[in-house]
Design a binder for this molecule. Structure first.
Ligand code: FMN
Length: 191
């Protein structure tokens, strides 16, 4: 089974990622992945002020960074859940990424975003960041638009996935690509 992690890239009070995460976890499990949710709230880190992790690799400067690094190491691929803040990705997500490097390298990453344009600007920027990590960013993404966000905010039941019905085919395309890349790059890394 392909082991992926879903990274909750927003941590603010009242975050919409809380609505998206249970749906993404369930649907990707339904598609045969072994899924773990990694909530950045559980990995609080100071603003990055260390030597470059692309140089220090797994020589972790603090136990907190080691905890995140060892967790990310377990994944064969990632799905990043991201809101859009001022036309960019959340700083908390970039800070966590900057604290690490090798753990992401040569693995695929797919994106689920939301906002006025479905998080498209944040996701496009994250694809560029991913390339610097030598990751394979997936073409297929899920963009959750205001017309999907509104019913999801109204529905009080976080287990009510019917609100995301319209975007299910997008998640299916994302999953298909992610599975191939995760399997293929896992084999490549093992060589
Ligand atoms: C500081 C801030 C800046 C935002 N800027 C944008 C933006 O540039 N584009 C957009 O579509 N939505 C923007 N929004 C709205 C967010 O997309 C929306 O609040 C979303 O739910 C954020 O994800 P979260 O709830 O998981 O934190 C912004 C929200 C915040 C809090």
């Amino acid at each position: 089974m392909t082991r992926i992690q879903i990274i909750m890239g927003t941590t603010r009070t009242g975050r919409f990622s809380e609505r998206v995460a249970p749906w993404a976890v369930q649907r990707l499990k339904d598609r045969g992945f072994e899924v773990e949710l990694v909530d950045l709230r559980d990995y609080p880190l100071p603003f990055f002020d260390q030597k470059p992790p692309s140089v220090t690799l797994r020589d972790y400067p603090t136990p907190e960074v080691a905890r995140l690094g060892r967790k990310l190491d377990e994944a064969e691929g990632f799905v990043i859940l991201t809101g859009e803040y001022n036309h960019g990705y959340p700083a908390v997500l970039k800070n966590a990424m900057d604290h690490t490097f090798i753990e992401w390298r040569r693995k695929p990453v797919a994106f689920i975003g939301w906002g006025g344009v479905g998080g498209a600007r944040a996701i496009e920027q994250l694809r560029e960041v991913a390339v610097e990590f030598e990751m394979a960013p997936m073409r297929h993404a899920v963009h959750i638009l205001p017309e999907d966000i509104r019913p999801a905010m109204k529905s009080k039941d976080p287990g009510d996935f019917s609100v995301f019905e319209r975007i299910e085919p997008k998640l299916a395309a994302l999953a298909e690509g992610l599975e191939w890349w995760a399997r293929t790059l896992s084999a490549g890394r093992a060589d």
